[in-house]
Design a protein around this ligand. Sequence first.
Ligand code: NDP
Length: 214
Amino acid sequence: MHVVITGANRGIGRALAQGYAQAGEDVTGTARSGDDGPRLDVTDPESCAAFARGLGDRAVDLLVCNAGVYPDKGQNLDTGYPPEMWAEAFATNVTGVFLTVQALLPHLARATAPKIAIISSQMASDSRAPGGSYIYRASKAAALNLGRNLAVDLGPRGIAVGIYHPGWVRTDMGGDAADIGAAEAAKGLMSEFTALSLASTGAFRTWDGQDHPF
Ligand code: NDP
C-alpha cells in the first residue's frame, strides 16, 4: 500500500508516517520545507501540482490530509481574530485539503480501493460549540463539510472519504497538557483508516473508534 501523508515532518503526521513504515507500508510523507520528505505546501497549487508530478504514475492507496494550523489560540474576541489570520487558516485547513485531493485524484484513481482521510477535529462539531477559537473551529467545520461532500462525489469513482478527530494529542499544536501521545493517536487513526470503505464513506470518526456527532 502506498500512503501519502501531508505535514509528516512533525506531530501526528510524523507519527502516522512512522507507524505505516513500521507496518511495512510504502510511505510518502511530505514537508513544507527542509529535507524531511518531498516538498509540499498545501496552500500553493503549483506546489501541489509539482508534488503530484513527482509521484509519476504511481498509485496512491491512502491520502491522509493531515497538514493544519491553529493560529487563533488565545485570541481576544473584542480585539483579535484579524482577517489575515482567517485567510491563513482557511488556506491551509480547507483550501489546502481540496488542492491536495484535486492534485492527487489521478493517482488515487490508479489504486484498487483508494481512500482519503481528512484530519479535522472535534472542534469542527456544531453540537460541541463551547465558544472561542472561531477561526480554527470554522476552518475545521469547513474541512468536515468538504469531506462529506467529496464522499458523495468520489463514491461513484470508488474512492472512500473519512473525516477524523485524532484525539487531543501532545504535539506543538496540542501542547504538553494534551491527553495522548502522537504514537497512540496514530495507532488509533490507522485502525480507523483500515476500516474505512465505500460502505462507511462520509463518516466522522474519532481516533478511538467512535462516531463523532456532527
Ligand atoms: P503540528 O502543529 O504539530 O504539525 C502540523 C503539521 O502541518 C506540520 O508538519 C506543518 O509543517 C504542517 N503544515 C502546516 N501548514 C502547512 C502547509 N501550508 N503545507 C504543508 N504542511 C503544512 O500539528 P498536529 O500534528 O498536532 O496536527 C495535525 C493535524 O491534526 C492538524 O490538521 C490539526 O488541526 C489536527 N488536530 C490536532 C489535534 C491535537 O490535539 N494536536 C486535535 C485535533 C486536530 P511545518 O513544520 O512546515 O509547519
